[in-house]
Design a protein around this ligand. Structure first.
Ligand code: GLV
Length: 363
């Protein structure tokens, strides 16, 4: 037997990775301290020092989530992995599940639960909409679900969902509350224990500024009564080093400072966008997600052309919508390390330039 497929030419060339300003909804740029942590020499995933680091990560997540849940850990995988894990471990075929859909993330959960054979009921709004506690309560009373899913930071719409009282209503109907905070954690206030959230997850690559690939998640004691959980595998050691450092940065800064900083920079960005004559997609300031701003696509422009121009001439990534918001919005994300006035000003200047250069002729 002999090798018949030759080494591919691309593999004989060096790796090239361009520099980009990642001002979309994530991943965001990774600061040198976190990159360096991820570049430390590997140790075994079962070494005592690694258990120490995993324990630091647990404490860091407990702080970031504001929870004392013992079952708090980082999963190997994307935020989507954590979403799937939560639904998969709690819902059994035939059980009733209620999913709030006001963007792509609710759509995803509904699909996962459906494929698992759950009876899926939905509360629905078009992107940008949100649900009142009365609407939620009515649906809980009607469908008697074992699980209710709500997205805290709907990145496809740029909406931060009000959380107060939702957990209490769920528990009144003996239902667990599952919340997605991938896009909002560290950028908008969220208090897992005080807000009675049963399962909360996030991603590493948004306001935490770690590389994609690890997902903090926490389960309440209530959930543990229903949980069947086995999780031995060789974890992404380098990813955990990086995540540990990103949680350390958040702890050093302090959650409240991180929240108010994101709000301050977002307000600066929003004002600048309005000064450019643009319309923000979420009208109510209190419902705007500070980490991901959505802009209604300005009339007379092709949104793909705007994005391509900005990437080509400014090396900046903004994105269009996602799922149901495609064709409705442009999205600018300034998260964690990327969240500062200089970057907001750079984003505004790039957009101003693109609006001048890309205007479609009326003729
Ligand atoms: C997340 O990945 C997003 O694009 O909103």
């Amino acid at each position: 037997s002999s090798v018949t497929i030759p080494p591919p030419a691309c593999m004989l060339r060096p790796l090239e990775v361009p520099f980009r300003y990642l001002f979309g909804p994530g991943p965001s740029n990774v600061p040198p301290r976190i990159l360096a942590a991820g570049g430390r020499p590997i140790i075994g995933h079962m070494h005592s020092e690694m258990f120490g680091i995993m324990n630091d990560i647990k404490k860091g997540i407990q702080y970031a989530f504001q929870t004392s849940n013992n079952m708090t850990l980082a999963m190997s995988g994307s935020g989507h992995t954590a979403m799937e894990c939560a639904v998969f471990n709690i819902v059994e075929p035939g059980e009733s599940v209620l999913v709030a859909i006001n963007g792509i993330w609710g759509e995803r959960v509904a699909e996962i639960a459906e494929r698992m054979g759950a009876k899926v009921h939905t509360l629905f709004k078009t992107p940008g909409g949100h649900f009142t506690n009365a609407e939620i309560e009515q649906a809980l009373a009607k469908h008697k679900p074992v699980l209710f899913f709500l997205t805290h930071g709907e990145s496809s719409a740029g909406l931060v969902h009000p959380m107060d009282g939702v957990g209490d209503i769920c528990h009144k109907y003996n239902c667990l509350l599952l919340v997605d905070s991938v896009a909002s954690l560290g950028a908008a206030p969220l208090l897992m224990d005080q807000q009675n959230i049963d399962i909360l997850y996030t991603g590493s690559q948004k306001a935490l500024n770690a590389p994609p690939g690890t997902a903090p998640v926490s389960f309440s004691e209530r959930y543990l009564t229903k949980l069947c959980f086995r999780y031995h595998h060789t974890g992404p050691v380098s990813g955990f080093f990086a995540l540990r450092e990103s949680l350390a940065i958040l702890a050093e800064m302090g959650l409240e400072n991180s929240w108010s900083h994101h709000t301050e920079i977002a307000e600066y960005l929003w004002k600048g966008l309005e000064d450019l004559g643009l319309k923000l997609f979420i009208k109510d300031k209190d419902l705007r997600l500070p980490s991901v701003t959505t802009i209604a696509i300005p009339e007379g422009y092709d949104w793909k052309e705007l994005l391509a121009y900005i990437m080509k001439h400014h090396r900046i990534e903004f994105t269009g919508g996602l799922g149901p918001s495609v064709g409705m919005v442009l999205r600018i994300g300034l998260m964690g390390y990327n969240c500062n006035k200089a970057n907001a000003a750079m984003a505004l200047a790039a957009l101003e330039d693109a609006l001048k250069q890309c205007r479609k002729s009326k003729a």
